[in-house]
Design a protein around this ligand. Structure first.
Ligand code: KMH
Ligand code: ZN
Length: 275
């Protein structure tokens, strides 16, 4: 079985210090959280950035500063900026971090009610536009799917030339508005992607660990972090993203799955070469 790639989604756009005081806003806090995840075994940082007051932004310069600082503190780590940003941002606003030519970036594959009364909008034309941008810049998309229909969308847009193979999916499961987080839901998504595709699973809230275990057993990959879940156990806030990563590493050890280094993750995901 391939080694396990662990992604740490350290920040997100919605979670706040009110939910967990360790949620990072400043550059220094982002570096601290990325470093804790890297030291624990993460090879990818899924990155949103904030201004110092916690306001989410897709500002290219803010991304540049945070990405440079994380790269310095975590040698070799793969940094995967979000192009989802926060609900309500325009397409071009969201695409700004792609101008920094990261190795990877997220590509959200459909529209959904998001966490209650908000709509996270990704029309077919938006997905085409983002997919085309990533092809032009040699950026590997992590295809974020919040429901089965979004896999259909990604496969359709692959046929039309907007998404290249081998495809890499992120099953984001348990969002209010998306697919649930049961094992049945996981098996449904997992069985719906091409055989040459890779996937990672991001279980939201209480689904984080059970779905991580499912992916470890199945040969998939795992995302954890404050974007998806701020608790280490029921009602107990995690002290850092690293603590959440360390738990996955322990589970993988028990289940006989080795952890991928950033270099090994690059090979498994067929990331484009960068100098
Ligand atoms: N913040 C959500 C609205 C992504 O990073 O690509 C979207 C999101 C997805 O987090
Ligand atoms: Zn995200």
């Amino acid at each position: 079985m391939e080694k396990l790639i662990i992604t740490a989604a350290i920040c997100g756009a919605e979670v706040l210090k009110e939910h967990n005081p360790a949620v990072p806003y400043t550059v220094e806090e982002c570096v601290r959280e990325a470093r804790s995840a890297y030291d624990a075994g993460a090879s990818i940082i899924h990155l949103h950035v904030r201004y110092d007051d916690g306001t989410p932004t897709q500002d290219k310069e803010r991304f540049r500063v945070v990405m440079d600082a994380i790269a310095k503190a975590c040698p070799g780590i793969i940094i995967q900026p979000s192009t989802g940003g926060a609900v309500g941002m325009t397409n071009d606003e969201r695409l700004q971090p792609t101008e920094l030519n990261p190795e990877m970036a997220t590509l959200d594959c459909g529209t959904l009610n998001f966490g209650g009364d908000e709509i996270f909008e990704n029309t077919e034309n938006t997905i085409k536009y983002f997919g085309q941008r990533m092809i032009e810049r040699g950026i590997k998309p992590e295809l974020e799917v919040f429901d089965k229909s979004m896999i259909e969308m990604a496969l359709r847009l692959h046929k039309k030339g907007y998404i290249l193979k081998p495809m890499h999916f992120d099953f984001v499961m348990g969002v209010n508005g998306g697919i649930g987080g049961s094992l049945r839901d996981f098996v449904f998504l997992r069985g719906s992607i091409p055989s040459d595709a890779t996937y990672t699973v991001a279980g939201v809230g209480r689904y984080e660990m059970p779905l991580a275990v499912a992916a470890i057993i199945d040969g998939g990959h795992v995302r954890v972090g404050f974007e998806d879940n701020v608790f280490i156990s029921k009602g107990v806030p995690a002290r850092s993203n690293g603590e959440l990563v360390a738990r996955v590493v322990r589970m993988a050890g028990e289940l006989g799955r080795e952890i991928a280094s950033p270099g090994e993750a690059r090979e498994i995901l067929h990331l484009p070469a960068r100098q």
